[in-house]
Design a protein around this ligand. Structure first.
Ligand code: FE2
Length: 381
């Protein structure tokens, strides 16, 4: 077995853990001036913006607020934040929000110490130190970005990745208290993203026992808690929050596959939320995995406590559980119900297949014809 992994230097998890921010900043010697990166509404309306500012000011940190983050952050938003961080001589970056806010914070941390446009730092570019330290405070249960070396940035219909161990946050605070504000649909969508991370990581060429343990726990917790979490039970929400972090740790070691690359286009073109876009291809992915990687699927079943010797039975069991959730959560069952025109299927498949890493990193990479088939099935089934 071989793996290499970078983790945050400090993780706080649990209700009220945000209160530990001042002591953590001190301990990690995060001082001077911070840029607080967040969305336009939630942080302000909920009172968290004031709270974060006062917690940081309490230990003498000067805070600049950059509250222009939008879902699926664009290059322009990150570059504007990067300019501000440079001009103001910022010492570290704090991302508060969903994956978009944390990914924007990561991009700003790169640009604050590096010349040129953000595109110069997209994968496969290698980013050289130094970078500003990053503090990640997630408010949704999905992206896992608070523990990963990825930032996903949008340009037109495409998504690009900044991939560097240097953007793993120095400090991560998962305060589940914040989840009481999370809307039902966002809870469901972001949790589907987390589930997708766990499942895809398992079939990734870099998956190993270490990542598989995270993936297994995330999948079990997801199925046991999502209904109640969506219905507002705070204990269950906290568990899904935990699962989402675990799934983040799994993709940090391995990565995502073609569920993600197929979802990117329908998010960018039709505004389908990222997690929901993934969900629309998940069942076809599971069927593909059962057929092309049967031994691995049987082993996954064993990890999940499904002691079957048939990959088909394992995949059917997982798909049935997923279908039950989709029905309960009132989510669209296929691309057609999600409002995607039939005329787009070929483009969705072509686009999804063009993300070479997401295709080739699968233990059994699909052909372009197989991807076309998967998309056709996702339209109606
Ligand atoms: Fe994702």
């Amino acid at each position: 077995m071989f793996f290499s992994n970078s983790l945050p230097r400090k993780i706080f998890f649990g209700r009220g853990s945000l209160e530990r921010l001042p002591e953590a900043l001190r301990e990690l010697e995060l001082t001077g001036r911070a840029i607080l990166v967040t969305g336009r509404h939630f942080a302000r309306k909920s009172g968290y913006l004031d709270k974060l500012c006062s917690l940081m000011r309490f230990v003498g940190v000067d805070v600049i607020v950059y509250d222009k983050v939008e879902p699926n952050p664009s290059i322009e938003i990150v570059e504007e934040g990067g300019r501000i961080a440079r001009e103001k001589g910022v010492d570290f970056v704090v991302g508060f929000g969903g994956g978009s806010a944390i990914d924007t914070a990561k991009g700003i941390a790169v640009l604050a110490t590096h010349n040129g446009g953000l595109e110069e730092y997209f994968y496969p570019a290698k980013i050289e130190p130094p970078l500003l330290p990053i503090v990640a405070i997630p408010t949704t249960c999905g992206s896992g970005s608070e523990v990963t070396r990825y930032a996903i940035i949008s340009k037109g219909f495409r998504k690009y990745t900044i991939l560097s161990e240097l953007i793993v946050p120095t400090l991560t605070i998962l305060d589940s208290e914040v989840l009481k504000y999370l809307a039902r649909d966002i809870t469901a969508h972001t949790a589907m993203d987390a589930f997708s991370h766990a499942l895809e990581s398992y079939y990734h060429i870099n998956s190993c026992e270490f990542s598989e343990n995270f993936a297994r726990d995330a999948i079990i917790i997801f199925f046991e808690n999502l209904r109640d979490a969506v219905d507002g039970d705070m204990g269950s929400r906290e568990k899904i929050f935990y699962a989402s972090m675990l799934a983040g740790l799994a993709i940090n070691l391995a990565g995502t596959l073609f569920v993600h690359s197929l979802g990117y286009y329908i998010t960018q073109k039709f505004g389908i939320p990222h997690g929901l876009a993934n969900m629309l291809f998940l069942r076809q992915f599971i069927e593909y995995a059962a057929e092309k990687m049967p031994d691995r699927t049987i082993a996954l079943g064993r990890l999940l406590g499904l002691n079957s010797v048939s990959s088909e039975i394992v995949s059917r069991t997982i798909i049935n559980k997923l279908n039950d959730l989709i029905e309960y959560l009132d989510l669209p069952r296929n691309l057609k119900e999600a409002g995607i025109p039939h005329s787009e299927l070929f483009t969705i498949a072509e686009h999804g297949f063009s993300y070479k890493r997401n295709i080739e990193n699968c233990r059994k990479p699909p052909t372009s014809e197989e991807i076309q088939e998967i998309v056709k099935k996702a339209y109606l089934s």
